[in-house]
Design a protein around this ligand. Sequence first.
Ligand code: EPZ
Length: 421
Amino acid sequence: MDAIVVKGNGPLKGETHASGAKNAALPILAASILAEGQHTFRNVPDLADVATMLKLLRTMGLEAERRTGKRSHECTLEWKGVVHPEAPYDLVKTMRASVLVLGPLLARHGRARVSMPGGCAIGARPIDQHLKGLKALGADIELTEGYVEARAKRLKGGTVSFDVITVTGTENIMMAAVLAKGRTLIENAAREPEVEELARVLNKMGARISGAGSDVITIDGVDTLKPVDHAIIADRIEAGTLLVASAITAGDVLVKNAVPEHLEPVLQKLREVGCQIAVEAGGIRLKGPERVLAADIKTKEHPGFPTDMQAQLMALLSSAKGTSVITENIFENRFMHVAELRRMGADISVEGPTAVVRGVSKLSGAQVMATDLRASASLVLAGLHAEGKTTIARVYHLDRGYERLERKLSALGANIRRIKG
Ligand code: EPZ
């Protein structure tokens, strides 16, 4: 297992860029199931989770998949009809987003056998809302031997009112409804930019979706869809992480491709703690203060403060002037990074969904362990700031959602390298 070694090395300076959005690419690749022919996707990030999704699609019968070189991040997918509609446990257990094939398989092929995702480091993350929605569209759902067995001659439009706002739940139902007979209403829908991006792609394929980005989405089913050529939006969470790297080192960094509207609550918080932020040259520039001020954070569904940026802000606030209170409202166990940050000298106490972060003047390098994707990013950020050397083990977590993060940071002046393990 690879590790990353990082040493505090002063302010980061220069220009970097955000790659394609992981959480847009995954549902979009799954949506390719909905139409025969050749799809072309551009700005596909080179991530472990994307590789897992492509591997899953190949086991299901994806005929061709060609990445024309890492630089262009282009991916062509071709389906020729024969599909083995199954997502096996060994793939689903490595990537929960595999459940995103459920809706498209049902819509296009009338049946699906998808392993229930197991537990996850950050929370139970059930898929009850996904299944509730599919049943509302007429699917027969059975749970046998840890698998969801779903069947439907042809899904029919209906109203799906989520009890819980769910991003992939909204995406799964949207992909199921585009080929259903009649109109579907999704109420209490997730409003994330990645949900809007998926609707954009589905409409380019010939679907009739309106309201994506709001909490009520209307889908009028059509009979067939056509393949698509699409460039995926930039990753707002990677962009936010790179901006925090500038903030935590009192740096001056421009993150190109970052879309301010996708990051509003994060930019507001970074301004609140003393960062100067400018929208310029097709991206966002952040100048960090010598030492940030404390601030309180409550994660919320979009357009609230994103849970996927909570760990990164905790790393930043660990050396703030004053005490910050961070409340994690989305996942019940998303403080795994706290114990590791404490090993670096952070003064953090956790009580249920709330972490109290008393800022210390300086963190110190230590050996730490990544536990989940965003926790590993927060440890890299803390290492950029800390005095001395930080070694982060199990960075396969990081590789799931960041495209060669250490190279991007090193190009900005960070003293960081990967040790092959
Ligand atoms: C998506 O996960 C993202 N992943 C996550 O990003 C992100 O943290 C999360 O949305 C919240 O924004 C992808 O898009 C691939 P949810 P998802 O369904 O859809 C509960 C990252 O770091 N819930 O919105 O799985 C659930 O337990 C990853 O890139 C139910 O109870 O999250 C959670 O508490 C991590 N029943 C809350 O809703 C359900 O059927 C939000 O989950 C579904 C969800």
